[in-house]
Design a protein around this ligand. Structure first.
Ligand SMILES: Cc1cc2nc3c(=O)[nH]c(=O)nc-3n(C[C@H](O)[C@H](O)[C@H](O)COP(=O)(O)OP(=O)(O)OC[C@H]3O[C@@H](n4cnc5c(N)ncnc54)[C@H](O)[C@@H]3O)c2cc1C
Length: 540
């Protein structure tokens, strides 16, 4: 065991959150170290290198706003950049701000204990120990890959991949038959690309998704120039917006699209059919009531299924791809590129597991209740233990030795998604109870990082040593998060999303993100800080 080292702040994780946090705190003159399990920066974009991985928020908006120079010198090539470009951006930021100097890579934090000396002791799988006043979790909302517990999983004879832990040197699937489990965001992105390469692709689908075409394209020089000139105003609008996205120049988030006013409940079946023929899946966006009541929503789902029927040539495959029994808008929007079209290829087979589930994985493939399927390589596109997975994967113990896993046994409890009562001086960037995954994460990350950096500055300038969310404030906040989500499609009884933890067996069914709007949330956080940190106990 190496001897322990003292820091003002330890940051866990070097994705976009950890990187910016490090930059801010180093500029404050604090001693800071970031610990990262991977061997380089980028987090999500370092790990998720699967074919087709890309952003589903326009890159001009899914990028840092803290440095006007950075904004001007970096040029995105596509509206929604692919993973290699986003990772290159992360590397550029690390170089430009000389971040790697203060990051220890290949280091996974295993335990985080609060001691009688009012310091955190952090231990790693490399045998290092760190003592720190503040511990900041930048461990990511979608960083703990989920692999379902399927009987015989270890029996498969060929290579096995998880989209969230993709090999760095890539995988060549030509002349290979591939089985892929999962049709969430990652599966939907990967399937069309792998289908083009593989000899055959068999898709095992438990729940079909409502996915919308990305309409991605290269950006013109004129458009880039215009955005760069307008960045200050774009960023301000993002910060004040509901989701941290304004859809600048594209019209789907804010400034050019007129908000819908029509009621789907007032339409006839013929009108809905005609709308689908004319606008495809986008037809659904023109109705205001789809997100408001389940009956209206079901009409929109019908339109959605109609369009699948129009695209997919084989009727059984079309039926298999049709989502049923849960509302549109209950899960994180999935954005695709030629997803449905992939199923019209001769080399793609859909196995709709609603017709008979997986029984076991065998040496040669997957045995289901509908029959056996053989392939050479297996891919899990089965997502993540979202929002709490990475945090609970560490042994975190707060005051009086209380473990975070015990404290969160019935679901995550936080104040603002930033702190947990009983865990002083520990912050969670984009923690559960904050807008996080219900927003453009870059906007949310920057907001949290700035708030935390300002908070530490305040603490130091007032000679304060510890800040801790009060139990009362935490309770009130959780109630508010819960109440805000009620009545929306996100918490409909028929909705089973990872927002609710429903993809992980045994995980408490709690809606984790805050959906009160990012701009509104920012204002609440700012007001709390301006009022000397209402709801927090500050001690010398
Ligand atoms: C495939 C995919 C596509 C996405 N697309 C979008 C998008 O279009 N728009 C959007 O807003 N968001 C998107 N997201 C969400 C994305 O996670 C965030 O946008 C953002 O990258 C999160 O940054 P982060 O730094 O908070 O977390 P991460 O990028 O997840 O980084 C966390 C880091 O912490 C490290 N870590 C975790 N636990 C430990 C530990 N115990 N010890 C040491 N290190 C640890 C991990 O290795 C990781 O590098 C996507 C996520 C995925 C998986």
């Amino acid at each position: 065991m190496a001897e322990s080292r003292d820091y003002d702040v330890i940051i866990v994780g070097a994705g976009f959150a950890g990187m910016y946090m490090l930059h801010r705190l180093c500029n404050l003159g604090l001693t800071v170290r970031a610990l990262e399990a991977g061997d380089d920066v980028g987090g999500t974009w370092y790990w998720n290198r699967y074919p087709g991985a890309r952003c589903d928020v326009p890159s001009m908006e899914y990028s840092y706003s803290f440095s006007p120079e950075l904004e001007q010198e970096w040029t995105w090539t596509e509206v929604m950049a692919a993973q290699p470009e986003i990772l290159a951006y992360a590397n550029h930021v690390a170089d430009r701000f000389d971040l790697r100097r203060d990051i220890q890579f290949n280091t996974r934090v295993s335990s985080v204990y609060y001691g009688d000396d009012k310091q955190w002791t952090i231990s790693t799988d490399t045998g290092h120990r760190f003592h720190t006043r503040y511990c900041i979790m930048a461990t990511g909302c979608l960083s703990m890959p989920n692999t379902p517990d399927v009987e015989g999983a270890g029996d498969f004879g060929g290579p096995v991949y998880h989209t969230g832990q993709w090999p760095h040197k890539g995988v060549d699937f030509s002349d290979t038959s591939v089985g892929i489990i999962g049709t969430g965001s990652s599966g939907v992105q990967a399937i069309p690309v792998i289908a083009e390469q593989a000899k055959h692709l068999t898709v095992f689908q438990r729940t079909p998704n409502y996915t919308m075409p990305a309409d991605n394209k290269p950006m013109t020089a004129e458009f880039i120039e215009k955005v760069k000139a307008d960045y200050a105003s774009i960023r301000q609008q993002q910060r004040e917006s509901e989701f941290g996205i304004i859809g600048y120049g594209f019209g789907f988030g804010g400034n050019t699209r007129t908000p819908p006013t029509a009621l789907i409940m007032d339409t006839t079946e013929d009108e809905r059919h005609a709308a689908v023929l004319e606008h495809g899946f986008g037809a659904i966006h023109q109705y205001v009531d789809v997100g408001l009541n389940l009956e209206a929503n079901e009409l929109a789902c019908g339109m959605y299924r109609k369009h699948i029927d129009q695209i997919i040539e084989d009727p059984q495959t079309a039926e298999g791809l049709m989502p049923r029994g849960y509302p549109i808008g209950c899960k994180r929007p999935v954005i695709d590129t030629q997803y449905y079209e992939a199923y019209n290829r001769d080399n793609v087979t859909l196995v709709d597991l609603r017709r008979g589930g997986i029984e076991r994985i065998t040496a040669k493939g997957i045995q289901t209740q509908q029959g056996d399927y053989e392939f050479d390589a297996l891919i899990y596109a089965t997502g993540f233990d979202a929002m709490t997975g990475a945090l609970l994967n560490m042994d975190i113990r707060g005051r009086d030795g209380v473990t975070l896993s015990d404290y969160w046994e019935a679901g995550p409890r936080t104040y603002l998604g930033l702190q947990v009562h009983g865990f002083p001086n520990l912050f969670t960037i984009t923690g559960p109870g904050s807008p996080s995954v219900r927003s453009n994460m870059m906007t949310s990350i920057e907001q949290h990082v700035d708030w935390i950096a300002d908070c530490i500055t305040y603490m130091d300038s007032h000679q304060l040593r510890a800040i801790e969310a009060t139990e009362r404030a935490e309770k009130d906040w959780i109630k508010h998060v819960y109440e805000t989500a009620q009545g929306s499609m996100l918490t409909a009884p028929s909705c089973n999303s990872w927002y609710l933890g429903a993809n992980i067996p045994g995980k408490p069914r709690i809606f984790m993100p805050y959906i009160g709007g990012l701009g509104n949330y920012r204002k609440q956080c700012d007001d709390i800080a301006e009022n000397d940190y209402t709801g927090f106990n500050l001690t010398a």
